[in-house]
Ligand binder design. Structure first.
Ligand SMILES: *Cc1c(COP(=O)(O)O)cnc(C)c1O
Length: 451
């Protein structure tokens, strides 16, 4: 063997070599990657989905598992060379089942929207009816929007929220009984109250429908007991792994007490159908490096630190809601029961302008439609604020109120010029940006530092 051959013995060697290579051989990309780390550290994210992964999860993403093709499931691969991959995937499955108290867990879906497509494609025939939450009312875009395949392949009916911003369960029931959908989907991206999964199941049973719960946004609150779990209430539950769970981009498909019962109208059980829904039906080889990262995140989600972080997510949401109310803003539904606070803007300020002006000042947040909305979804009249990142930064109540005051200062200093354009005085922008950077420096992303 040539004397200068570098031996890469383990994962650490590989990563060190990769970092050195990147710096010397591809400086252009290396600087972009560094710039993103810097951006995340000096901006405050109030996006409801945002979350920083732990470095150990990041390392799993970058592992040599990326080199393995592993179509199939542990013990039943269509390839050889999978002995380590089998153990990694089995570990991820075991952790997912334990964490969610599920009978069945599939860990291969590349994202939550993939997981939902896979479940729907396996349980529905094209043209079947599904009932999901309207995007306007807080539902995810994946759920029955005419712009998405769920709306294109199925007859998608939508339920919404009432004037208090709460899910209109009576509407869900009357739509379900009138149209007899094959499946009812409950789960939202911008809903600040508890979802009553048992009530949904009651409606599904009455209407002869399958119930799918999508808990992408609240999975961390669910596994730490801060939101009721849908695992046994729904026939099937899906979640992404990159929001509250702090994992890599990816999805999970879970099932509880119905896992081993037959799917209505089919000969196979839910677990069997769900397993085949992913491979071979909708995906090829899984991203095993990301499955390892899911295992890392699912392992961490059982820790006392994760539990404490989810506790902060909840208390900070109460704090954010009351702080906005103290500044005179209307909080949709009057309060939050999870990690999101939906606020109604005022003074002709649109969500689109608020989003841009806040970004100018180092605060990342998403516009959102509010009940009784008159503007389009690219303009909107509201902001959807989440506390995941603030909790990871370990903000206390006082710092949280300070952050809300900064947001209100930006909103109060903006002069709207139509729906998308605005003016914000240069000095105001500079002052606020420094104030935001100071908060970021005082409250660094804790999960980055702890490991
Ligand atoms: C974020 C989200 C999704 C989509 O997740 P991806 O992994 O990005 O595809 C689906 N459903 C809900 C409720 C979500 O919040």
């Amino acid at each position: 063997m040539a004397a200068n051959t570098l031996q890469l013995k383990d994962q650490a060697d590989l990563l060190r070599r990769g970092l050195a290579d990147l710096r010397t051989e591809d400086f252009e990309l290396a600087s972009l990657l560094d710039a993103e780390v810097a951006r995340q550290h000096r901006t405050l994210s109030l996006a409801s989905s945002s979350c920083a992964v732990k470095p150990r999860t990041l390392v799993a993403c970058a592992s040599a598992l990326v080199n393995v093709s592993a179509e199939g499931i542990p013990g039943k691969r269509h390839r050889t060379g999978c002995e380590n991959v089998d153990l990694v995937e089995s570990l991820a499955i075991r952790r997912a089942r334990e964490l969610f108290d599920a009978q069945y867990a599939g860990v291969q879906s590349h994202s939550a929207s993939n997981a939902i497509s896979q479940v729907l494609s396996a349980l529905l025939e094209p043209g079947d009816t599904l009932l999901g939450m309207a995007h306007d009312h807080g539902g995810d875009l994946t759920l029955g929007s005419p712009a998405i395949f769920t709306g294109a392949y199925y007859k998608a009916l939508r339920y919404g929220t009432n004037s208090d911003g709460l899910i209109d369960y009576e509407q869900v029931r009357s739509l379900a009984l009138a149209h007899r959908p094959r499946i009812i989907i409950c789960g939202a991206s911008a809903y600040s109250r508890v979802v009553d999964f048992e009530r949904f199941r009651g409606i599904a049973d009455e209407a002869g429908a399958i119930l799918l719960a999508d808990i992408s946004h609240i999975a961390g609150l669910v596994v730490t007991g801060r939101h009721p779990s849908p695992i046994n209430a729904a026939h099937v539950t899906t979640t992404c792994t990159h929001k509250q769970l702090g994992g890599p981009r990816g999805g999970l498909i879970l099932s509880g007490r119905d896992a081993h019962t037959k799917v209505p109208g089919l000969k196979a059980t839910f677990s069997r159908v769900l397993e085949q829904a992913v491979f071979p039906r909708m995906q090829g080889a899984p991203a095993v490096n990301l499955i390892a990262a899911k295992a890392a995140a699912l392992g961490y989600a059982k820790s006392a630190q994760f539990d404490a972080c989810m506790g902060r997510v909840r208390t900070l949401a109460d704090e954010v809601a009351s702080a906005f109310q103290a500044h005179g803003y209307d909080v949709v539904g009057g309060r939050s029961e999870n990690h999101t606070v939906l606020i109604r803007l005022r003074g002709g300020l649109t969500g689109a302008i608020a989003e841009l002006a806040l970004e100018d000042c180092g605060i990342v947040v998403n516009k959102h439609r509010v009940p009784g909305e008159t503007r389009t979804s690219s303009v909107t009249s509201g902001l959807c604020i989440g506390t995941g990142s603030l909790a990871q930064r370990n903000l206390d109540s006082q710092a949280c109120r300070h952050v809300v005051a900064l947001v209100c200062q930006v909103l109060g200093s903006v002069t709207p010029l139509g729906e998308q354009d605005y003016q914000l005085a240069h000095e105001v922008r500079e002052t606020l940006r420094s104030a935001v950077e100071a908060v970021c420096a005082d409250y660094p992303i804790a999960d980055y530092l702890e490991s």
